[in-house]
Write a protein that binds this ligand. Structure first.
Ligand SMILES: [Zn+2]
Length: 378
């Protein structure tokens, strides 16, 4: 259930609907319900119409990104539409900063153009001027009774203005945040640019959450929560990469044990070797004392038959590295190869092992240290 449904290719871009769209009918019913009155069907129609229009404007926004990316020779893998917005999946960062800015600006620009088309058409309507006044001050005492045409133009103007302004907020992961990050890359460097825009994302998203309570608007609250969490994840990811880039391999390097596990050993003996160490993974050797892979403690513990041979449980794949390799690059290689770890060779001799488990352990400590640094009184 928690997936996306392909609805088709639009201008050659695969377009998907996110599962959370199932929440839209629920939200419409909630918004149209009034205590004591019950469900108001005119409200249901009203919100359904608004939702359809919002969906259309978001789609045009995402097509702005995707088609601009294509025209710049950057792959736009697909568009995913969420109830409150969308995303154009551009897996590889554009090489040129100018292209990046263009691609991220093209979405809001599409909304600006739609609003600029709706504005003069609305002003030509008899009640258009008053409707705009009403939008600019919705809590004032101006009462407007717009015609259907005025309503349609008014909503087109208002929704696209909100989409353009909202998305241009300088907060990651919004378009404005990405544009700002691209602009900052050269003057302050990629890492600092990410830190600045994700911190802005957390601050601006937090402010919008507070605003959503004031306006009693759960939808604004929800989308602001997305901004905060996306920024926090990206910030943390960057922090962990930095931690790894600075770490030395020695922090996670495990020296070879004198007591070796052999592929032909029985599970019982291998478990006895594990009992003497805190390692979650250990190397497995063949009869000629050559490294042939890694075995995980958990896997051996799950096996009920202690007389089985280790050979049926170990993973014969691993990667080789040198003690001078950077831990960040080594971790990237381990993750990409999807193996338990790496054997570290120095002049043809194994000097130790680096296991993914230990790298995760190393990183687990860093966020705590990171937060401590920011919360402890100076
Ligand atoms: Zn966008």
């Amino acid at each position: 259930m928690f997936r996306s449904w392909r609805i088709g290719r639009i201008f050659g871009v695969p377009t998907e609907l996110h599962w959370s769209f199932l929440l839209v009918p629920v939200a419409i019913l909630v918004y149209s319900y009034e205590a004591g009155v019950g469900l108001r069907w005119t409200q249901v129609q009203w919100w359904s119409g608004i939702t359809l229009l919002l969906f259309l404007f978001v789609l045009i926004h995402e097509l702005g990104h995707a088609l601009t990316a294509k025209s710049r020779g950057v792959v736009a893998e697909k568009i995913i539409l969420f109830p409150l917005g969308g995303g154009a999946l551009i897996p590889e960062e554009p090489k040129r900063i100018r292209d990046e800015i263009l691609i991220y600006f093209a979405g809001p620009l599409a909304n600006i153009l739609l609003a600029l088309i709706a504005l003069p058409l609305l002003l030509l309507q008899p009640g258009g001027k008053y409707l705009i006044q009403f939008y600019l001050n919705p809590f004032g005492n101006l009462i407007v009774v717009p015609s259907p045409a005025e309503q349609l133009l008014g909503i087109t103007l208002a929704v696209n203005a909100v989409l353009a302004i909202g998305n241009l907020l300088p907060a990651y992961p919004l378009d404005g945040g990405r544009i700002l990050r691209a602009l900052l890359k050269r003057p302050v460097g990629e890492r600092a640019a990410t830190v600045i825009t994700t911190l802005l994302g957390i601050a601006i998203g937090g402010g919008l959450i507070a605003l959503s309570f004031q306006l009693e608007d759960p939808l604004l609250g929800l989308s602001s929560l997305f901004i905060v969490s996306f920024s926090a994840i990206e910030l943390n990811r960057g922090w962990q990469r930095r931690r790894l880039a600075r770490a030395v391999m020695k922090e996670v390097l495990r020296s070879p044990l004198t007591d070796r596990i052999y592929a032909n050993d029985r599970v019982a003996r291998a478990r006895a070797v594990f009992a003497k160490t805190d390692a979650k993974v250990l190397p497995v050797y063949d009869n000629w004392n050559q490294l042939s892979g890694f075995v995980e403690r958990e896997v051996l513990l799950r096996e009920a038959d202690r007389e089985q041979r280790v050979v049926s449980f170990y993973e014969p794949e691993y990667i080789a590295a040198q003690p001078t390799d950077s831990l960040l690059q080594l971790t990237e290689r381990i993750v990409e190869a999807n193996v338990y770890g790496a054997a570290i060779y120095d002049r043809g001799v194994i000097v130790g092992f680096v296991f993914t488990e230990d790298v995760i352990q190393l990183l687990d400590q860093s966020p705590r240290r990171f937060y401590k640094r920011f919360t402890s009184p100076a």
